[in-house]
Design a protein around this ligand. Sequence first.
Ligand code: HEC
Length: 214
Amino acid sequence: MSSGIRSAFRLLGFLFAFVALAPSATAAGAAIGADGKIAISDRTFDCISKLQSVRGFYVGNLLGDMQATLAVAQSKNGGVYPVGSVIQLVPTEVMVKQPKGFNAATKDWEFFELDVSKSGTKIAKRGFVEVVNRFGGNCFGCHIKARPEWDLVCETGHGCDPIPLTPAMFKALQNTDPRCPNSGKVSAEDAKALQALAALSAPPPIPAKPVVAE
Ligand code: HEC
């Protein structure tokens, strides 16, 4: 092999190593900052389906510890999610596991409400027990009802009060996350589920005022 080709191979090897080490936007895109907290910004979050699907929801790990997150998510008996775990069911709501001791009440989960659009993510609200979603619901108030072995993760049957959304509605919201490629192509099935969801969240019709004769 000529030395020219050898050095070209060395360069390729170097480039591949670099690509492999570069953190991906969602799977391992953060580190623990000087304040002891995982540094999270708008750019931490991306298209929901870039995370790993488990049953009906998605998981990731911001510190790259995906195996440990998956092990708890797939366990039949629950467990404590490892630091860095990210969980999403719908594009606009996220739970992230901060380092131990960060907030005992929320078992170190930080709650996020996101604004999502084609141009990306904006964190609308973040915090611990006080975060309220756009429908006026307190994340913690609902999620704390999960039995202790489920680490504040509700799913179905973990002890939280059920929410009136069907699996088809969750799927439609995931498939139409505007940050994902092809989110504009809505299947007939998803369109139907989104319509049903809109009907569910529409305010009740205002009764017509009785006409009073003069
Ligand atoms: C009215 C109660 C309620 C409120 C308020 C609420 N959630 Fe949930 N959440 C649930 C239930 C119930 C599920 C499980 C739904 C299912 O799988 O059928 C869920 C699912 C989730 C999941 C998927 C993992 C899991 O626990 O099943 C995440 C992540 C999540 N919610 C985050 C949030 C965040 C963040 C907020 C606030 C911005 C929030 N939720 C507000 C009840 C609530």
